[in-house]
Design a protein around this ligand. Structure first.
Ligand SMILES: [Zn+2]
Ligand SMILES: [Zn+2]
Length: 85
């Protein structure tokens, strides 16, 4: 994790990791995918498959993202909505 994060930013990332996957709804704990590495409030909760999976993952071929018609910002929207619930 980025050492320059404030306490509030680190706390936010920890809260996001407890959420279900923002793409496929698999229960947490999830990985925290950073849309922008330096910005803690751009983290998205993703399961291992939707994050790093070679077929489905954002860092792979993004198959499930295409099926669900999602991008990073729509996944961020789901993450933030769930945090506010
Ligand atoms: Zn997922
Ligand atoms: Zn990532």
């Amino acid at each position: 994790m980025n050492q320059s994060y404030t306490k509030a930013e680190r706390n936010h990332v920890e809260c996001v990791k407890r959420l279900p996957c923002s793409v496929c709804d698999q229960p947490g704990p999830s990985a925290a995918h950073h849309i922008k590495q330096s910005d803690a409030f751009t983290v998205v909760a993703l399961c291992e498959d939707c994050h790093q999976g070679s077929h489905n993952g954002w860092h792979g071929r993004r198959a499930i993202w295409d099926v669900k018609k999602m991008d990073e910002l729509s996944a961020l929207n789901v993450t933030i909505r769930r945090l506010m619930e």
